[in-house]
Design a protein. Structure first.
Ligand SMILES: CC(=O)SCCNC(=O)CCNC(=O)[C@H](O)C(C)(C)COP(=O)(O)OP(=O)(O)OC[C@H]1O[C@@H](n2cnc3c(N)ncnc32)[C@H](O)[C@@H]1OP(=O)(O)O
Ligand SMILES: CC(C)C(=O)C(=O)O
Length: 512
């Protein structure tokens, strides 16, 4: 199977991302990781850009012994000299020389005629070749260049000694078929094109960088350029991890392979993100936090039965943590039950149904359900038996100059009636407890009351714990909710239920 070479330009085109400025030490660390990843060619910078860039390329070239290191250069002699100064000690030095070829760049940017550009290509590729063993030539903005002229420029570069011909879609303008057609035409029309390696370099202005790179692979291109996490000038470059995993996952289709160590992908992505300060969006393919996370019940059920129902590659292949079944408002019972088991709370189907109802209520109110939330929900229910009263709703009227009033609706399961009551109190919590006291004919004394937040964030779950006393019986009750006043009502009713269960057991002569 043919091999695709991977050319990484994270340290050059990637560093052109606005706001990114990597130190030499950071660049070396990234370069070492790229080597570990199995990248074939690393474009370490643009030596003529600054003494710092030249120094970084030099340091990287001196350290990396398995991979080819390259510097970008204009068709300018002094740029080529700087590149050679940086790379003369490299194990596999490469010069990457470029000039624009499109009408707009020729006329407005370079102010050069077609002939002048051809002359420059000839002279500078020859000059580069007098120093470097490998010279790569790029026709900047090739995507918007007349095909006849592009063929002439590529022909000139090959005749001058170029080893690699790169065809950049510099402004991310082309559609995959159009980009592929350029390579098809070059392969048909340029003599000796089979003596060079053809390369694709795509930008993501219309979100087509990866698919354009893959379209190029289909035409026989042997080198793909891009960056880790797709960072780069404007909307960025082709994300290499996506190109690489598409080639691997769809090997049946592309019939190509790379020499990448796929399990190093996630680590490389994290390192680049950390040093560049460019965060990876959660839903980013391959390396995003959600790339292997499943939230909806139907998908989770499928995943539990066979992971291939919803995953076309395993997270382990790319070095990501194992797949995640995230519990949220779209989740179903299968995933909920599985998570309870994992947390050490296996439940009967009947208990699952009760807990699942509470879980769904909570999920409607809370963005993310954490493990602590689930534990809190289960522990609230553990030890429960018969429910005498359950809370249906609570409403509080409160103002700094008015008396707090609570109105509660509570289901009385013995009579299957909905009880409604209201009461005032010294505060909202007191009003809630007095309302329950009025509703339920039990004389109890509140002997302890505690509130604490069990989870984090603005939508954290609050837990209320109360202790009630009636004659010699003392019971505790717990309530959990995102609303602390609702948690108070739940805790108070929970304690009443426990009290009534104790009394019932005593009446029938059970041990406590
Ligand atoms: C598509 C790409 O990503 S191309 C790479 C882009 N990356 C960078 O530009 C980063 C590094 N660049 C730099 O540090 C600076 O631009 C330098 C040091 C290279 C040049 O700086 P300056 O000499 O101040 O020139 P400046 O950047 O303002 O303008 C670019 C000049 O190079 C010319 N030029 C641009 N590309 C090329 C080329 N491939 N070959 C020859 N000349 C070129 C422009 O026409 C312009 O020339 P002019 O001064 O005669 O008008
Ligand atoms: C210099 C070339 C390869 C480039 O970065 C581009 O055209 O996007």
């Amino acid at each position: 199977m043919d091999q695709i070479q991977i050319f990484d330009t994270t340290l050059r085109d990637g560093e052109q991302s606005p706001g990114v400025n990597l130190s030499t030490e950071e660049k070396i660390e990234i370069a070492l990781q790229l080597e570990r990843l199995g990248i074939d060619i690393i474009e370490a910078g643009f030596a003529a850009a600054s003494p710092g860039d030249l120094y970084s390329i030099q340091q990287i070239a001196n350290r990396l012994k398995e991979v080819s290191v390259c510097s970008l250069s204009r068709c300018v002699k002094s740029d080529i000299d700087k590149a050679w100064e940086a790379l003369r000690e490299a194990a596999y030095p490469r010069l990457h020389i470029f000039i624009s070829t499109s009408p707009i760049h020729r006329e407005y940017k370079l102010r050069m005629s077609k002939e002048q550009i051809l002359e420059s290509v000839d002279e500078m590729v020859r000059y580069g070749k007098s120093r470097f063993p490998i010279v790569q030539f790029s026709a900047e903005d090739a995507g918007r260049t007349e095909i006849d002229y592009l063929c002439a420029v590529v022909d000139q570069a090959i005749r001058a000694g170029a080893d690699v011909i790169n065809i950049p879609d510099t402004v991310g303008y082309l559609y995959p078929d159009e980009y592929a057609e350029i390579f098809i035409q070059l392969q048909k029309r340029v003599p000796n094109i089979d003596r060079v390696i053809l390369s694709a370099h795509c930008h993501d202005d219309l979100g087509m960088a990866v698919v354009n790179s893959l379209a190029a692979v289909r035409t026989g291109v042997r080198q793909i350029e891009g960056t880790i996490n797709g960072i780069g000038e404007r909307a960025g470059n082709a994300a290499l991890e996506e190109v690489i995993m598409a080639i691997k996952t769809r090997e049946d289709f592309f019939q190509k392979k790379t020499s990448i160590r796929h399990s190093e992908i996630a680590r490389t992505s994290r390192l680049v993100s950390k040093f560049t300060g460019m965060f990876v969006q959660k839903n980013k393919a391959i390396v995003g936090d959600n790339a292997f996370a499943h939230e909806s019940g139907i998908h989770q059920d499928g995943m539990l039965k066979n992971k291939e129902t919803y995953e076309i590659m395993t997270p382990e292949t790319v070095g990501m943590d194992e797949s995640l079944l995230v519990l949220g408002k779209h989740s179903g019972r299968h995933a909920f039950k599985k998570r309870l088991e994992e947390l050490g709370y296996p439940q009967s189907d009947e208990q699952i149904n009760v807990l699942f109802t509470r879980f769904k209520e909570l999920a409607d109110r809370k963005k993310e359900i954490t493990e602590e939330d689930i534990i809190a929900l289960v522990e609230e229910k553990i030890g429960e038996g018969k429910e005498f009263y359950t809370l249906e709703s609570v409403q509080i009227s409160y103002g700094s100059h008015s008396v707090p009033t609570a109105s509660l609706r509570v289901r009385d399961h013995s009579s299957d009636q909905l009880l409604e009551e209201a009461a005032c109190g010294n505060g909202s919590v007191d009003a809630i407890f007095k309302t329950v006291d009025r509703m339920i004919d039990e004389k109890v004394e509140l002997i302890d009351f505690k509130i604490h937040s069990v989870t984090h964030g603005k939508d954290a779950l609050g837990e209320v714990s109360v202790q009630l006393e009636q004659e010699e019986i003392q019971v505790r009750g717990r309530g959990v909710s995102t609303d602390i006043l609702e948690a108070c009502a739940r805790a108070y009713l929970d304690a009443i239920n426990r009290l009534l269960r104790r009394k019932e057991r005593k009446t029938v002569g059970c041990a406590n």
